[in-house]
Design a protein around this ligand. Structure first.
Ligand code: CDP
Length: 225
């Protein structure tokens, strides 16, 4: 067997509404990278648990629900979407009930372990679809999922500015409360991993953040415009 072709792993982490998704999407539009939004994975599992009436405090029920979940991936353009039992969940993953519950489910080691394996498997999905790498965004990508990623970014923004962005999207969400829960949990807390490139986007617009991140990616994918 010959050596695998080079593959670029880009990790983007940051707090709620820090601009990760928009930045990752823009990168995937510009470079041959598969975009994986891991927040959507936690949201999809949360919506599924709520649908089944499972609460985060009921460990055995959570574990038995997780064991029965059939996770798959659909690649749509440059985005990887997680399927549960062959279906990609819709807008219900952005509902206020999911915003309120997701950090509680995301704190559970059983949920994180199930998703760790699934998220690492996205490298094979990207390769199989001919991508030259992937850009994965979340809270623990550069620290836990791919600590050896070629590029790791951490996006910061002032909490007031982030709450304003979310409200502008018409969403009922408490970014400060989710950040508090995500930063204080024992397993894979939200933190800027050592060596990550730290970007404060409070006073930057999306184009400026994307330009900063894209410059680093372009330097590592030199044959791509
Ligand atoms: O879009 P937004 O930044 O508001 O959040 P998200 O990326 O959709 O993530 C929703 C929630 O999933 C977070 O508040 C975390 O509780 C959890 N999450 C996580 O624990 N680890 C990740 N890698 C991604 C998300």
């Amino acid at each position: 067997m010959g050596a695998s072709p080079p593959f670029l792993l880009v990790a983007i982490d940051g707090g709620a509404a820090s601009g990760k998704s928009s930045t990752a999407r823009a990168l995937a539009a510009r470079f041959p990278l598969l975009h994986v939004d891991t927040g959507a994975h936690y949201r999809a599992i949360t919506a599924e648990m709520l649908r089944r009436g499972v609460t985060p405090g009921d460990g055995p029920a959570v574990e038995s629900a997780l064991a029965g979940l059939r996770l798959g991936t659909r690649v749509s353009g440059s985005a990887a979407q997680m399927e549960i039992a062959g279906k990609v969940p819709g807008d219900e993953i952005r509902a206020p009930e999911v915003n309120a519950a997701v950090s509680h489910f995301a704190a559970l080691p059983a949920v994180r372990t199930a998703l760790l394996h699934y998220q690492r498997s996205q490298v094979e999905v990207a390769r199989a679809h001919g991508f030259k790498g992937l850009v994965m965004e979340g809270r623990d990508i550069g620290s836990v999922i791919f600590p050896g990623a070629d590029l790791r970014f951490f996006l910061h923004a002032d909490p007031v500015e982030r709450a304003r962005r979310r409200a502008q999207e018409g969403q009922q969400d408490s970014v400060a409360e989710r950040d508090r829960l995500d930063s204080s949990r024992k397993t894979a807390p939200l933190t800027c991993p050592p060596g990550a490139i730290d970007i404060d986007s409070t006073h930057l617009n999306l184009d400026q953040v994307v330009a900063r991140v894209a410059a680093e990616v372009a330097a590592r994918l030199p044959h791509v415009p």
